[in-house]
Design a protein around this ligand. Structure first.
Ligand code: HT7
Ligand code: ZN
Length: 860
């Protein structure tokens, strides 16, 4: 298939005034009747043909203004239907069609499909065309009326409920929306109900629909929903706009959740939670994903994207908003560190390899392949930088204007930036490069003390990426401070902007020292990029001693954590090349651990080591060829050394941080559990399994139970997997954890065999994306040394499963293929073996557009 280019965008030839759909539900043969009023689009520059997308539809009949069309009146292809301009009334006409579709046979989980006996839909990005003929593009927005006929007890669609009776229900959504926001659910479901009154007094019914038996696991998602609704009113002045807000949990879902207007559909993993079955991390995800989907109501639904190249317009902004919400709800510093960890693990990795692309891509073959960390997470960072550059007040003013100017429209990044330019008077043409250039900029910082002055040289390079060899400098906002060697703060936080390739800043040290009441220092320690003020890789000329000062004293918690992290990384890299450990780091960590003024969640983060994947990238960046087995062993050795060095403080924390049996998912309790369980993992490494066994037996919540379970797996316990299985075998979401944990914590040389054995387990349902990800992703992401086993067995195992899954669910198969994206880091043997697997996949007959695009791009 040919790529689609942003530069080729053309406005639609026809717009839709109203849509009325009737669904006659039947698992293998659902009938969809559509009545769509079209009008010619004056801005449509194309020929006036009516072009309707449609895939896998059995056309029963169609008519224009009541006159039936015959096959001679239109052109029907596997991609859609075109009625030539000469057969169309000039201005406005009614299109009617009846089609038949097969929800039960729809394993791709796109369009109308069945999950656990219920009907549900997923239309973003281009799933609506699998439901009926329609201009399935986001710049065609219309109000929808829907009638559902079926024998399920609950029949839901977008908008407000209309009339209903036994076996039928009608819905009307007054807000014009693109087809990708359409949704329908039908099933024998039960609701967890609540209500919300908006700031202007509108009463909204809130329902979370789940399978009978799950209704007791919805309280947290409901609470998160109400808090999100209030937060969006208070922080962005955005109010909900329908009488009802429905959420439905489904077990078979390709992604996390979907923001369909008034009818969000969620992967059940991100709705259902009870203390016994969900971890603190699960609760955290539920809160932020519920918030994210809710926030889309304004950033995505009321204002949507003109075309799919503009995906970051809604996704980057909505991720930024959900991150703000979580920062306001929990510890802002911890939230920022977690966001950056995620950004580096997923987006920096993507930017460093063959899949690097702009936040706003220029072309794609399959849009589903562009729901990426770059579009989402880097897209959010770009908004964060914009806010930092214009300031909080101007940011809010610009957002107010964005909502005022563009409500009800399908917009572009140009529209978005124009609002900021108009409101703030700033020229953002250079800033726009963040949207149009791929690659993670590298920022270098060097400095010199010369008498009573400090000269700080900042320089940037944006690396070449596929198809973009040459790059222009971007606008980098840098939040910074300066510390003296004893930790005294010399300069309160300052904001500078680097928009050229290089600049030198000059600071008056004498004045700063006098103000701080200390002698003129001969050594200063810049604390740069505080709060990770830009998504760049910083190479700062800091010594180990400088970093120890920052770890102990930096007033910016992010940079304090960052200093510890970089010391750990450096130490691990040193150990990999035969160097020794540095006791000063453990001493510093010991002091930090014992500092009760510090948030327990922050301390838990400071104990966590860089991942094996981080270390492989660090080795590659340092000109080495990473050895995944050695990285794994070195990391374990470091953990054991750390546990021995910090045994006293860790044991003390383990005893002190028990929040007791009354579980609450709140940040304070979760922080204590995180720190205690981090201590448990380290202590088990050197003490043996007794403490973890007692922890397992005493656990009254899943956070503690899984912490003990994984500690015991690491310790080689041979019984615990069966015990866990016997207790939880009937709970799908908990069993996903069971599958994943066993692979993640298998010794690397047994990881592929473990994964293989688990795929033979009777509960391994590979057509369920969550279960597939637990096992296959458990190997590729959770056990890198196992995946990169020198035999190549991990590469072959993944390829076998991708080929098999692709025939049923191309989207999930394509997404999982990113495990191969780092191939260029590794030795020639591994590269050859990966290339052979990519070739084998590419040569598979009938390969989907999704997977073949990914394999082609990864291979380069
Ligand atoms: N906007 C939603 C994206 C999404 C999606 C995309 C492609 C295929 C399946 C999908 N399910 C959901 C979710 C979001 O970003 O909030
Ligand atoms: Zn989103």
């Amino acid at each position: 298939p040919q790529p689609i280019h942003l530069a080729d965008y053309r406005p639609p030839s026809h717009l839709v005034e109203t849509v009325a759909l009737t669904f006659r539900l039947s698992p293998g043969a659902t009938r969809v009747l559509s009545r769509i009023r079209f009008r010619a689009n004056p801005a449509g520059l194309e020929n006036g043909n009516l072009r309707l997308d449609g895939e896998g539809l059995r056309l029963i009949s169609c008519a224009i203004d009541g006159v039936a069309l015959t096959a001679l009146d239109y052109l029907l292809t596997p991609e859609g239907l075109t009625v030539p301009a000469e057969r169309l009334p000039a201005q406005s006409f009614l299109w009617e069609a009846e089609v038949e579709i097969d929800p039960a046979g729809n394993t791709a989980l796109e369009g109308l499909y069945m999950s656990g006996g219920m009907y549900c839909t997923q239309c973003e990005a281009e799933g609506f065309r699998k439901i009926t003929f329609y201009p399935d593009r986001p710049d065609v927005m219309a109000p929808f009326t829907v009638r559902i006929e079926g024998d399920a007890s609950v029949l839901l669609s977008n908008g407000n409920p209309g009339a209903s009776g036994p076996g039928w229900a009608e819905w009307h959504d007054p807000w014009p929306k693109p087809a990708y926001l359409f949704a329908l659910v039908a099933g024998d479901l039960v609701a967890h109900r609540d209500a919300f009154t908006t700031m202007s007094g509108r009463a909204v019914d809130l329902n979370i629909w789940v399978r009978p038996g799950d209704e007791g696991k919805c309280a947290y998602a409901m609470d998160a929903l109400k808090r999100s609704m209030r937060w969006d009113e208070e922080v962005y002045g955005r109010e909900y706009d329908l009488d009802v807000f429905n959420i439905v949990a489904v077990d078979d879902f390709n992604m996390g959740a979907m923001e369909n207007k008034g009818l969000n559909i969620f992967n059940s993993k991100y709705v259902l939670a009870s203390p016994e079955t969900a971890t603190d991390r699960d609760y955290d995800f539920i809160e932020s994903i519920v918030a994210h989907e809710y926030f889309h109501n304004w950033t995505g639904n009321r204002i949507t994207c003109r075309d799919w190249f503009q995906l970051c317009l809604k996704e980057g902004l909505t991720v930024f908003r959900d991150q703000q919400f979580s920062a306001d709800t929990r510890s802002a510093a911890v939230q920022r560190i977690e966001d950056v960890l995620q950004l580096r693990a997923r987006q920096f990795r993507e930017d460093a390899g063959p899949l690097a692309h702009n936040v706003r891509p220029d072309s794609y073959v399959e849009i589903n392949n562009f729901y990426t960390a770059t579009v989402y997470e880097k897209g959010a960072e770009v908004i964060g930088m914009l806010k930092r550059i214009v300031g909080a007040q101007e940011y809010r003013a610009a957002l107010d204007e964005y909502f005022r100017r563009h409500d009800g429209q399908a917009c572009t990044i140009e529209d978005w930036l124009a609002v900021f330019q108009d409101v703030t008077g700033r020229d953002l043409s250079q800033f726009k490069r963040w949207y149009t250039q791929a690659g993670t900029p590298r920022l270098t910082a060097e400095w010199q003390v010369a008498g009573d002055r400090l000269h700080l040289r900042l320089a940037q390079v944006v690396p070449p990426t596929p198809d973009q060899p040459l790059k222009e400098p971007v606008v980098i906002p840098i939040a910074m401070g300066l510390l003296a060697a004893d930790g005294t703060e010399l300069l309160p936080e300052t904001h500078v902007i680097l928009d050229s390739r290089e600049t030198v800043l000059d600071f008056d040290l004498a004045k700063m020292a006098a103000q701080a009441g200390i002698a003129l220092p001969d050594r200063v320690i810049p604390s740069l990029l505080r709060g990770f003020s830009a998504p760049v890789i910083l190479d700062a000329a800091l010594t180990r001693a400088d970093r120890l000062v920052l770890l102990a004293h930096d007033p910016d918690p992010f940079n304090r954590w960052e200093a510890g992290r970089s010391l750990m990384r450096e130490t691990l890299m040193g150990m990999l090349t035969g160097g020794a450990r540095d006791p000063a780091l453990f001493d510093a960590l010991g002091r930090l651990l014992a500092d009760e003024r510090l948030d327990a969640a922050f301390r838990a983060l400071c104990l966590a080591l860089p991942s094996e994947d981080d270390l492989a990238q660090a080795a590659h960046d340092g000109g080495l060829v990473p050895d995944p087995t050695a990285i794994h062993a070195t990391r374990k050795a470091f953990q054991s050394a750390m546990a021995s060095a910090l045994h006293g403080p860790l044991a003390a924390l383990y005893d002190a941080k028990d929040p007791g049996p009354d579980y609450s998912p709140d940040a304070a309790q979760a922080a204590d559990r995180a720190l205690r369980n981090a201590a448990l993992a380290l202590l088990t490494r050197i003490e043996g399994p007794d403490r973890a066994r007692a922890h397992y037996d005493a656990a009254t919540n899943m956070t503690d139970e899984i912490a003990a379970f994984t500690a015991l797996l690491e310790a080689g316990d041979t019984d615990v997997a069966q015990r866990f299985h016997d207790r939880w075998k009937d709970d799908r979401l908990v069993m996903d954890k069971w599958f994943m944990a066993q692979i993640t914590h298998a010794a690397p040389d047994r990881a592929v065999a473990t994964a293989r054995a688990l795929t033979d387990h009777p509960l391994f349902d590979w057509t369920n994306p969550n279960r597939f990800r637990s096992v296959i992703g458990g190997l590729t992401a959770g056990n890198p040394a196992g995946f990169h086993d020198p035999s190549g067995a991990g590469y072959a195992f993944l390829a076998d499963w991708l080929i098999r899954l692709d025939a049923k669910n191309p989207q999930t198969a394509a997404r999982m293929s990113t495990a191969y994206e780092t191939w260029a880091r590794y030795d020639a043997d591994r590269q050859d073996m990966i290339r052979a697997e990519l070739d084998r996949i590419a040569a598979t007959e009938g390969l989907s557009r999704d997977l073949s695009e990914m394999v082609g791009r990864i291979r380069g």
